[in-house]
Design a binder for this molecule. Structure first.
Ligand SMILES: O=P(O)(O)OC[C@H]1O[C@](O)(COP(=O)(O)O)[C@@H](O)[C@@H]1O
Ligand SMILES: [Mg+2]
Ligand SMILES: [Mg+2]
Length: 327
C-alpha cells in the first residue's frame, strides 16, 4: 500500500517560477523575480501573523487609512514589509496600496512593473486569530521606462494585469497566483522556509452550494440580491462568511461557491476596492474557469477612475454568478 503520510514534497515555488520562465524564451526574468520578492514578503508576514498574539502587534495602530478605516498595527507592518521587499527587488517603478493615499514612487524610474496591493486583507480578524491575507496585482507600465510614472500606469483595467495573486495566512500559509496561464497554489512549510506546489492547475466548479455574503445588511440590499439569497435558502445552500475576502474567496475557489459584496444603502458602490482587491481575484477566478462582475459588467473591463474606487463584487462559480446577477 502506498505510504500516504510520507508523500513526496512537490516542486518549490522558486523552481516552478523558474521553469515557467524558461518556457518563454522572451521572458527577461524580471516578473519572475518580482513574484519571488512577493513570496519573500509573504514569508515575513507569515512570521508576524503567527506570533501576533505574543507580540504587541495586535490591536489598533491609532490612525485611520485613506479609506477612513481604523488601521491595525499589522496593516501598517504588512504595508511596510511589502513596500520594502518590492523596493529592494528593483523591478517596480511604483506601488499603489490600500493603505496609502497616493502613488508610492519607489525612486526606480527603470522599473517596468507596477504593483497594486491590499497588504493585509481582513484586518478585523487579526485580533481574533482568524484567517487573513495579502492580495496583489501586477501591471506592466505604459509610460516610457526611465521617465516619471503616470496616472495611466496605475489606473489600468484589470484585463491588463500580467500577474495577480494572494497570500492566505490560514491553517496553512499559501500563495496562489496566475500569470494568465492557469492558477497554481503553493503551501508554505515554515520548517524548510519554502513554498511547495500543493494545488496545481486549480479549477473552480461551474456550480456550487456555498454562498458568502454579510447577511446583516440584508434589509438594505437591492431586490435582485434579496431574491438570490431567498433562492439560496430554498436550495438549502450553505452560508459561509469569514469576513476576510481572501479567505472566503479561497474556500469558494476550491469548493465551488459565490462571494457577494453588493451595493447597499450605506455603501452605494459596495465596499471592496477595484484596484487592490477585486481585479486580482477576478483575474484568478476567470483563470480558474469562474466569473467576476460588478452586477452589470465584467470586473476586468472596468476602467478605473481613481485609485481607491469601490465596486460591487460578485465572484465565484460561473452559474452562481449568472444566477445572482440575473434581473
Ligand atoms: O464586515 P463587512 O462589511 O462584511 O466587510 C468584510 C469585508 O471587508 C474586508 O475586510 C475589507 O478588507 P480590509 O481588511 O483590507 O479593509 C474584506 O476582507 C471583507 O470581505
Ligand atoms: Mg481588503
Ligand atoms: Mg487591507
Amino acid at each position: 500500500m502506498q505510504n500516504r503520510i510520507a508523500t513526496p514534497v512537490g516542486i518549490t515555488l522558486d523552481r516552478f517560477i523558474k521553469k515557467k520562465q524558461n518556457d518563454f524564451a522572451f521572458a527577461t526574468g524580471e516578473l519572475s523575480q518580482l513574484l519571488r520578492d512577493i513570496a519573500l514578503a509573504g514569508k515575513i508576514i507569515h512570521r508576524e501573523v503567527n506570533r501576533a498574539g505574543l507580540l504587541s502587534i495586535s490591536g489598533a495602530y491609532g490612525t485611520e487609512n485613506v479609506q477612513g478605516e481604523e488601521q491595525q498595527k499589522l496593516d501598517v507592518i504588512a504595508n511596510i514589509r511589502f513596500i520594502r521587499a518590492l523596493k529592494n527587488g528593483g523591478e517596480v517603478c511604483a506601488i499603489v496600496s490600500e493603505e496609502d493615499e497616493e502613488i508610492l514612487d519607489v525612486q526606480n524610474p527603470n522599473g517596468r512593473y507596477i504593483v497594486a496591493m491590499d497588504p493585509l486583507d481582513g484586518s478585523s480578524n487579526i485580533d481574533v486569530n482568524v484567517s487573513i491575507g495579502t492580495i496583489f496585482s501586477i501591471f506592466r507600465r505604459v509610460s516610457p521606462v526611465g521617465g516619471p510614472v503616470s496616472q495611466e500606469d496605475v489606473l489600468q483595467k484589470g484585463s491588463e494585469q500580467v500577474a495577480a495573486g494572494y497570500l492566505l495566512y490560514g491553517s496553512s500559509t499559501m500563495m496562489v497566483y496566475t500569470t494568465g496561464r492557469g492558477v497554481n497554489g503553493f503551501t508554505y512549510d515554515p520548517s524548510l522556509g519554502e513554498f511547495f506546489l500543493s494545488h496545481a492547475n486549480i479549477r473552480i466548479p461551474k456550480d456550487g452550494n456555498i454562498y458568502s455574503i454579510n447577511e446583516g445588511s440584508y434589509e438594505s440590499f437591492e431586490p435582485h440580491v434579496i431574491k438570490y439569497i431567498k433562492f439560496c435558502k430554498k436550495q438549502n445552500y450553505t452560508a459561509r462568511y469569514i469576513g476576510s475576502l481572501v479567505a472566503d474567496f479561497h474556500r469558494n475557489l476550491l469548493k465551488g461557491g459565490i462571494y457577494i459584496y453588493p451595493a447597499n444603502k450605506k455603501s452605494v458602490n459596495g465596499k471592496l476596492r477595484l484596484n487592490y482587491e477585486c481585479n486580482a481575484l477576478a483575474f484568478i477566478c476567470e483563470q480558474a474557469g469562474g466569473k467576476a462582475t460588478d452586477g452589470k459588467q465584467r470586473i476586468l473591463d472596468i476602467q478605473p477612475k481613481s485609485l481607491h474606487q469601490r465596486v460591487p463584487f460578485y465572484v465565484g462559480s460561473t452559474n452562481m454568478v449568472d444566477a445572482a446577477t440575473a434581473d
